[in-house]
Design a protein around this ligand. Structure first.
Ligand code: GTP
Ligand code: MG
Length: 232
């Protein structure tokens, strides 16, 4: 097949960092805030589609959905400003793209703990995704009792004449872990981080129950699968 006329036009742009992108927007006199928000929203769309594809593939190969639901959000300007301040950075768009890693946030809620690792491995293995860091709070829960698998990744966002490597924080956890985390979050806010000791203790106890529930549900599921196999 010949592509004579178009070949010279299809110039493959090199990837740039978000910090470089902010500088280029400033040079070109483009609204930097709106531009970086476009990047984060686009990154969430890309990751959202990837996760949907994995779930669809699972459905047709194993007749089962490992993902219960997905939530996503872009951090509010107030929260970004607060976080920068808390970490000792001046409030600027450069600092925001460089030091605030959870502006684009994706939460993937799975059925079983094994699905959490399966999904995270599949995401990490995709060759347009760069895994920047991982925090495994399932194997190493926080002192609060919090459990979840966190991946900080970046992926290229293709704009009209630029390709920008954009960061997304992905939190992957089971429904039981998500139930615990949302309740704990509400309590944390209610008491502004100073919940009475008996409540914190109860939450830590609940977190142990969450792990037991996850383990029990997984072995139950395996037993059902085994029984089905024997019937066939
Ligand atoms: P943040 O400044 O809160 O973003 O924390 P970090 O940059 O040290 O990262 P970390 O991976 O510890 O936490 C990131 C996110 O995980 C938080 O913004 C929360 O959404 C969630 N998280 C972490 N710890 C807890 C916890 O103890 N309880 C709940 N409910 N959520 C948590
Ligand atoms: Mg956060």
């Amino acid at each position: 097949m010949r592509l004579p006329d178009r070949e010279g036009i299809w110039i493959k742009e090199k990837k740039m960092t978000q910090v470089e992108y902010v500088a280029s927007c400033k040079d070109e006199g483009i609204d930097t805030w709106a531009s970086v928000m476009l990047l984060y929203n686009s990154a969430l769309k890309e990751i959202g589609t990837k996760i949907e594809i994995l779930n669809d593939e699972f459905q047709h190969t194993h007749q089962y959905n490992p993902i219960e639901y997905v939530k996503q959000r872009v951090k509010s300007p107030e929260s970004i400003t607060k976080k920068l301040k808390r970490n000792g950075y001046e409030n600027s768009i450069e600092n925001m793209v460089e030091y605030c890693n959870d502006i684009a946030g994706m939460r993937v809620v799975c059925t079983f703990t094994s699905d959490v690792y399966r999904i995270s491995d599949m995401i990490g293995a995709q060759n347009d995704i760069t895994v920047i860091s991982i925090k495994d709070y399932i194997r190493n829960p926080k002192s609060s009792g919090y459990k979840s698998f966190h991946m900080l990744v970046s992926l290229p966002i293709f704009l009209s004449d630029k390709v920008v490597e954009t960061k997304v924080e992905i939190q992957i956890r089971t429904i039981a872990m998500d139930f615990w985390a949302s309740l704990e979050h509400k309590i944390y806010y209610k008491f502004e981080g100073n919940a009475p000791e008996y409540i914190s203790r109860d939450l830590r106890e609940c977190s142990v129950i969450v792990s037991m529930l996850d383990d029990k549900m997984l072995s139950l599921n395996e037993a059902i699968a085994e029984a089905q196999k024997e019937e066939e």
